[in-house]
Design a protein around this ligand. Structure first.
Ligand code: AP5
Length: 216
């Protein structure tokens, strides 16, 4: 099963991805995580991407093309994958179709997380992350037991550089302008499932689980 999860910044793509991967043995392909790792390691991709990401703008399509081709060439992809935060422009979606065709693969389902922009402010400004195990927290909605410390591995939590109001404004504008057309692109193929992402984590995941169990 090959899936794609799509939604505005803070809609819950990362949170739902963790739960989906736990239940359905898929490989996680998050372009955001891959780019952040590249920035951290100072690779050529990271150097190109850093400024765009800090401003909240999308990284150019050609940079994304290269990291996706490289990732899809790895063997673990054969077990099925979950794209998180990709494709984010219509160009990327068209490009992905071609890449998958050459690999004799296809996307089985696109999960679209629906949510109003207003709800996202608390989710984004309150988000804290564990840099070691990747656990996602929120100081308002899902605080760690001990402030600033990961419940799972005891590491000090961090805040993403782009998790501020100024970047969020740009990220939302990029989302509406460039990523919503991607949903329309997949609508034509009849594989989009819309999920209400405003509800609590368990309820949103229950809805996704029902959709995916129907595909298995
Ligand atoms: P990326 O890392 O993909 O970020 P994003 O799309 O802005 O999404 P987020 O990671 O901010 O949010 P999320 O939906 O995963 O929410 P989460 O589950 O953490 O991209 C970052 C940047 O990289 C982009 O701006 C761009 O520059 C670049 N980039 C990446 N991919 C690219 C591409 N393909 N092309 C071009 N550029 C690219 O949840 C958020 C918070 O809410 C958490 O605190 C969580 O605990 C809480 N929460 C989640 N769900 C719920 C719920 N149901 N109820 C209550 N709280 C919840």
């Amino acid at each position: 099963m090959n899936l794609l999860i799509i939604g505005a910044p803070g809609a819950g793509k990362g949170t739902m991805s963790e739960l989906i991967l736990d239940k359905f043995n898929l490989v996680h392909v998050s372009t955001g995580d891959m780019l952040r790792a590249a920035v951290k390691n100072g690779t050529p991709v990271g150097l190109k991407a850093q400024e765009y990401m800090n401003r909240g703008e999308l990284v150019p399509d050609e940079v994304i093309h290269d990291i996706i081709v490289e990732r899809l060439s790895q063997d673990d992809i054969e077990q099925g994958f979950l794209f998180d935060g990709y494709p984010r422009t219509k160009n990327q979606a068209v490009d992905l179709d071609e890449i998958l065709k050459s690999l004799n693969k296809k996307i089985d389902c696109v999960i679209n997380l629906n949510i109003e922009d207003e709800v996202l402010v608390k989710r984004i400004t309150g988000r804290r992350l564990c840099p070691e195990c990747g656990e996602i927290y929120n100081i308002y909605l899902k605080p760690s037991k001990k402030e600033g410390i990961c419940d799972k591995c005891g590491s000090e939590l961090i805040q993403r550089k782009d998790d501020n109001l100024e970047s969020l404004k740009v990220r939302l504008s990029e989302y509406h302008k460039n990523t919503q057309p991607v949903i329309e692109y997949y609508e034509k193929t009849g594989i989009v499932k819309h999920v209400d992402a405003t509800a609590g984590v368990d309820k949103v995941f229950d809805e996704i689980k029902t959709v995916l169990e129907g595909l298995c």
